[in-house]
Write a protein that binds this ligand. Sequence first.
Ligand SMILES: *[C@@H]1O[C@H](CO)[C@@H](O)[C@H](O)[C@H]1NC(C)=O
Ligand SMILES: *[C@@H]1O[C@H](CO)[C@@H](O)[C@H](O)[C@H]1NC(C)=O
Length: 344
Amino acid sequence: MGSSSSPSLLLVFLLLLPSFIIAASPFPYHSNKIHIPLAGVKPSGNTLGESKRYEGSSDLVNLRYHMGPVLSSSIKLYLIWYGRWAPSQQSTIRDFLLSISDSSSPSPSVSEWWSTVSLYADQTGANVTRSLTIGGESSNLSLSRGTSLTRLSIQQVISDSIRSGLPADHRNGVYLVLTAAGVDVQDFCRAVCGFHYFTFPSMVGHTLPYAWIGYSARQCPDVCAYPFAIPAYMGRATTAMRPPNGDVGVDGMVSVIAHELAELSTNPLVNAWYAGDDPTSPTEIADLCEGVYGSGGGGGYTGQVASDGAGRQFNVNGRKGRKFLIQWVWSPVLRACAGPNAVN
Ligand SMILES: *[C@@H]1O[C@H](CO)[C@@H](O)[C@H](O)[C@H]1NC(C)=O
Ligand SMILES: *[C@@H]1O[C@H](CO)[C@@H](O)[C@H](O)[C@H]1NC(C)=O
């Protein structure tokens, strides 16, 4: 955390100490746990037999429903741009988000990818919604909460935005805090690339589902923008892929956003769909498929993905001719990782 030795900052640090302790406790924050690829080599030969379509298929995965709600009402996303973003970066991210409900994109599409997420239902029989729109946006170039955020100060950023006019939409709202290059977040790059949770009434005035995702291109692309950057230890066994929208950081974020939205929708209050016995570190539907983007994926190999005329890799199409590379998610029907670009 902050290593500044300025006396006033030290005082602030001491005043914040209780929240640091809370933040360090094993709270049920979801983290997009960093996936360590085992080896950068494509498996040779067809060791996967007939079932290439069903990556990671396993009876050992005990994904269970814990009686809580899923996000079944149409989702309104509120985007909070924290720090300086280029308009082109923002439009790539907006196009991805708006592609989730856009069934007119050519197959394999982002909306087909989301159809696996909407297979999850809650005890009332309500499925995860297929409708996502952008309800509003706010930006703060003045970095009101500094450039080193804790998990709790992300909630303060949401609270600031609501005080400045973003609606507190407790019917349909999902808040996405997107931190720009140069903003450090607790555990960013070391243990997480993004996380989702819900806000506390004491901090924000309401319980609102939210996710944070950071721009990693300057700080740790090999960790959070894989496979557009490759960790050094993977050496020459593999080469980085070319990002479909030309920005390693944004294209890397898109997959983390996809990951967090899939999990947030199926486990918004951390009491619905997850595997494992410990609700303080749930293994959710995208955690189960991290690093898998296509058929044959797993163990450090992304799986089969497509390439455009310029050699940029992608696995789904979105609106306005956009292409994205996003990880697969666990299907409760196939009991395996699934995505629309699966090959037979
Ligand atoms: C809704 O969820 C149920 C239970 O998982 C599933 O069988 C059904 O196919 C889902 N419906 C849609 C439209 O995805
Ligand atoms: C931006 O930051 C300032 C403080 O620097 C704060 O007063 C304001 O509410 C913030 N605006 C938004 C939209 O978050």
